[in-house]
Design a protein around this ligand. Structure first.
Ligand SMILES: Cc1cc2nc3c(=O)[nH]c(=O)nc-3n(C[C@H](O)[C@H](O)[C@H](O)COP(=O)(O)O)c2cc1C
Length: 343
């Protein structure tokens, strides 16, 4: 196992269904840097060869840099896993990811997402079929368990045996959803036993947190950012010390251009469907914490119902706010982290 290079860590962006879509990723790569790899939000329902679900801009090779994007599947069915692998392989992708982390009860109750973690036999079938197929690299994104953090103990021998390209661990259990704190002590207990490349995920909301975690877990080779980067798109570049000289006025201007680009792309490709507004609001629900008057930002943006109202709200936000950054960290500071401690 190699030790991560602190000067130039490998950084990945966790997928967010409905937020980090292809248009977000295109705009992000135009205005920011620091992220080495992106994942699609999870696909599901791949019931046939040449599945319609895969005919989407999300994984269109003409829109996505193939070497930087890893398509993700949520499934507990080995045949579906194989169908997905074959189809994305035919499109030219060289790696896929299995989602074993989704915590939502409707998913987990069906032994999917993090709900698969208490069932090593099912996990084994999925890994076996990919290993036998052999034409595509595969990684797993999981949690420490669904009900209990030690469920992962039974899975580590499988993850080690089946030649995973990478194991990404979101250091929570499924039952926590996205609440409470990551279980770093429990992650620390198991992390040295993992042979594939290991990625840590969970509450990296600031450069300081990244530095603390990378010191604590030198065996971790990659770091997955999530809500921290949605709130502050400079986070990856700041971790890599690539954005040091950009001051807050420039940062605000860059964020404005970035948002305009996503908005324009989403409007164009949805033929001006108003659901563009819902999607933009979801992104703003994270970004707002990086502005100095987060409450005013949210008040202005959340109520818009037309494109014109949205554009006016954004220009008002940009006129009357400063960019502070470190959004999600600030949100937690405000909410007094100890109120949401696990369990
Ligand atoms: C609204 C929402 C949608 C998400 N969609 C996905 C998804 O499709 N696939 C996935 O692996 N994780 C998904 N995640 C999890 C994130 O990628 C990430 O693992 C999680 O937020 C923990 O990282 P963080 O603490 O840095 O935010 C989602 C999370 C949220 C809140």
């Amino acid at each position: 196992m190699t030790v991560s290079n602190q000067a130039e860590p490998k950084l990945q962006l966790g997928p967010f269904q409905g937020i980090t879509d292809v248009w977000y990723r295109i705009a992000f790569q135009k205005y920011f840097n620091g992220i080495d790899q992106f994942f699609t939000a999870f696909f599901s329902g791949i019931h046939t060869d040449n599945s319609k679900n895969l005919h989407t801009p999300e994984i269109d090779p003409n829109l996505n840099p193939m070497d930087k994007l890893i398509p993700q599947l949520l499934s507990n069915d080995a045949d579906e896993v194989l169908r997905f692998a074959q189809q994305i392989n035919a499109m030219g992708f060289t790696e896929m990811n299995l989602n074993m982390g989704c915590p939502y009860p409707l998913v987990a109750r069906k032994k999917r997402g993090s709900g698969i973690l208490p069932y090593p036999d099912i996990v084994k079938q999925l890994l076996e079929i990919l290993s036998a197929y052999g034409k595509i690299r595969y990684s797993v994104k999981c949690r420490l368990g669904y009900e209990q953090h030690h469920e992962i103990d039974q899975l580590i021998p499988l993850f080690n045996q089946y030649g995973l390209n990478q194991l990404i661990i979101h250091a929570r259990i499924g039952k926590q959803l996205y609440k409470g704190s990551p279980l770093t002590k429990e992650f620390g207990r198991i992390h040295k036993r993992i042979i594939p490349e290991l990625a840590y995920n969970g509450d990296i909301f600031s450069v300081e947190t990244y530095l603390k975690l990378s010191k604590k877990f030198p065996a971790v080779q990659s770091w997955m950012l999530g809500r921290g980067l949605l709130s502050d798109p400079f986070l990856a570049a700041d971790i890599k010390k690539q954005a040091g000289t950009i001051h807050s006025v420039q940062r605000l201007q860059t964020v404005e251009k970035f948002l305009q680009e996503i908005y324009y792309l989403r409007r164009t490709h949805s033929r001006d469907n108003l659901n563009t507004l819902g999607r933009m609001k979801e992104l703003w629900s994270y970004l707002r914490y990086s502005f100095d008057d987060e409450q005013q930002v949210w008040r202005l943006v959340k109520r818009v119902k037309t494109f014109e109202e949205y554009e006016n709200a954004v220009s008002e936000v940009m006129k009357s706010n400063q960019w502070i950054g470190k959004g999600y960290q600030r949100k937690l500071d405000k909410e007094e982290q100890d109120k949401t401690q696990y369990p």
